[in-house]
Design a protein around this ligand. Sequence first.
Ligand SMILES: Cc1ncc(C[n+]2csc(CCOP(=O)(O)OP(=O)(O)O)c2C)c(N)n1
Ligand code: SF4
Ligand SMILES: [Mg+2]
Length: 329
Amino acid sequence: MSDEVKLISKLTEIPEEDYYVSGHRTCAGCGPALGYRLVLKAAGPNTIVLGPTGCMYVANGHQFLSSPYAVPWYHTQLGAGGPAGIGTAAALRALMFKGKRKREDVNVVVYGGDGGMSDIGLSGLSMGLTYDYPHLLYLIYDNESYANTGVQASSTTPFGASTTFTPSGKIKPIGNERLKKDMALIAAAHPSIGYVATASVSHPVDLVNKVRKALFSGRPSLVQLLTPCPKGWAFPPEETIELGQMAVKTGMWALWEYENGHFRITSKPTARKNIREYVTKQGRFSHLLRNEAALEYLQLSVDEQWRYWEEMDKMGKIILPWTPSYNRS
Ligand SMILES: Cc1ncc(C[n+]2csc(CCOP(=O)(O)OP(=O)(O)O)c2C)c(N)n1
Ligand code: SF4
Ligand SMILES: [Mg+2]
């Protein structure tokens, strides 16, 4: 890693300059929009952003020819974030090689949703993670659903969440019955990856540092950012930050990084809170409060995953795969 990376230790060190400004039409309290703002503050002005289809395209740059981007930005098809990132980085390299562009470090940030990056565009993303382009960051803003088209379940939707594809009802009271896919671990399984981390909009200093480490790692990198979505998760817009904090405090979302082959938890909750404290704050889980068995299963899966995170943290290594050792009755 280059020694130029500028890390920060407190909120006041986050740059004042914004490259994601007014002019968007996202919901009040939108976690992905806040994520955009922080990621671009971290990356700085010499950045090109690619936006696969999703809320961060449709509500930001789609209609009325207005846009909140103060850096070059372009839209890519929903599943094309991976290859579009490779193409942009390759074009920059070629132009600089031919002397048609000044030689300098230009960041390429693909800011794509969980649906576009973890499901539909997973193959292209995986390809992107095998190249050698420096300053290429795949940022998955994880609002745990296909929010833009009406909150359908994606493979990162957590167990027990009601979505329009997995509504809690008489036949399937639990809602989503699948466990959340771990995109960051999948990314870490790419041997030539530069840097992998999970982050949350509720932890901005940690997020800024992770984005910077990723962009200075010298290889394509991935950050999976938890971005609470008031509409899809059904909570009041003023609670976005609290929701992110509760996800971390209950262990529903672990903050870690994988850097130079070394795994590390970056923020360990001292005494993990019961997942009930996170679940009760969101309408998407309201049916679980009448289902002790489902809540217990969710708690067990979080507990078991934490034994795994802690083991890996102790060893400084990633052990794959993590699978629950019990069955849900
Ligand atoms: C190939 C393709 N399939 C489906 C759609 C319809 N579509 C537009 S946005 C979207 C949701 C994308 O979800 P995600 O990537 O998680 O972003 P979010 O909407 O949550 O911001 C879908 C399914 C599309 N535009 N292209
Ligand atoms: S639906 Fe969610 S992700 Fe989309 S704009 Fe609204 S709050 Fe943001
Ligand atoms: Mg999404």
